[in-house]
Design a protein around this ligand. Structure first.
Ligand code: SF4
Length: 351
């Protein structure tokens, strides 16, 4: 068990977790919404420190990050648990398992057993070992992904600091609920984030995700202001978030921060509690793509579907093909951030 950094002690042996914008107040023996941060005798502990539940060496394009070391591999890890409860979650078997444990233990009136029960998930993978593996195999970056990384803040923070020292970059794939305190601590170690902007409706966020819209918008603005490279992803869910008005609002919001932030519009596949919704067709993705371009975004990408044209990077100025992608495969990766035809700079992290 590892004591958390991000929390405050309150009266009556309660604590307030400050890792994410849920800011849970947690009574003794209980866990927060994510189910992996537990109050024991007035101290908060991270139950999944050094416990990886999913580990892979992925193409960076899979995160998706298209303006970040294209064509390279990224060491990717996640634990169990999430601070959201999205009914369309594509990784629900990892993200929602800690909540199932939490609910069962509450029913059995044994919340204190969370430490033992959550400890059963994943296998030991300490920060030193992660960084050592990346160095051994020349993997240039690490992604904290699969489930929401901010809930395992202390594990990611220790790994990211060690990685940075070793010249390895760090990436968060996140739902955008990082607290300001967490972002301030991470800003010197995290190079890039892919943040989901799942909808532009607070009702969608509260009913479908068990969260709110405004905190996500605030995180996107703050991460950008802190100088972290960001790309935004919206999973296009038929009838739920794909209206012209909603997609226009999302695209305009991104453009209001920076026209050069890449926007990934990706295809939904029926999962978890949304098996009754059909998968997104290509026309809907193309519609979202056109809305993004109309709002003035320089780089809009279609994902979760193989479409070379809309997954490749073109120069915004002269339209020259800069990086050709087929699925997650990059055919040309010698791009250095300046269009060879017209010399227009293309923002991103290219080396
Ligand atoms: S990280 Fe977990 S415990 Fe902490 S505020 Fe967020 S949901 Fe609550």
């Amino acid at each position: 068990m590892h004591e958390a950094i991000l929390y405050k002690q309150l009266e009556d042996c309660k604590v307030q977790c400050t890792a994410c914008k849920q800011k849970c107040i947690i009574a003794e023996n209980h866990t927060g919404i994510c189910g992996v941060r537990q109050n024991r005798e007035g101290k908060l502990y991270l139950l999944v420190y050094g416990k990886a539940s999913a580990v892979n060496n992925d193409p960076v394009e899979k995160k998706p990050l298209f303006h970040f070391l294209p064509g390279t591999q990224i060491f990717s890890l996640g634990t169990v648990g999430c601070n959201f409860g999205c009914s369309f979650c594509q990784n629900w078997d990892l993200s929602q398992v800690s909540k199932e444990v939490k609910l069962r233990l509450l029913k059995e009136k044994k919340p204190e057993l969370a430490k033992v029960e959550i400890g059963k998930f994943g296998y030991e993978l300490l920060p030193e070992k992660i960084v050592e593996t990346c160095k051994k195999y020349n993997i240039p970056s690490i992604a904290y992904t699969y489930n929401e990384p901010i809930i395992f803040f202390e594990y990611l923070y220790d790994t990211a600091r060690l990685a940075k020292k070793a010249g390895i970059k760090n990436v968060l794939v996140s739902n955008g609920y990082e607290s300001d305190e967490a972002l301030e601590l991470l800003k010197d170690y995290v190079d890039a984030m892919n943040i989901d902007l799942k909808s532009f409706s607070d009702e969608f966020y509260s009913k479908i995700c068990k969260a709110r819209l405004q905190p996500v918008l605030d995180t996107i603005k703050k991460a950008h202001a802190l100088g972290i490279w960001i790309e935004i992803t919206t999973l296009i869910i038929p009838t739920k978030n794909d209206s012209e008005e909603e997609l226009t609002n999302i695209a305009r919001f991104i453009a209001s921060i920076d026209h050069t932030i890449p926007w990934h519009v990706t295809a939904f596949h029926p999962e978890y509690e949304m098996k009754d919704i059909p998968e997104t067709n290509f026309e809907s993705l193309l519609h979202a793509y056109r809305i993004g371009k109309k709002a003035g975004l320089h780089h809009v990408y279609i994902g979760n579907i193989v479409d070379e044209k809309h997954a490749s990077t073109h120069c915004h100025n002269c339209k020259a093909l800069l990086i050709k992608r087929i699925g997650h495969h990059v055919e040309t990766n010698s791009f250095k951030g300046i269009c060879p035809e017209c010399k227009e700079p293309v923002p991103g992290i290219w080396k």
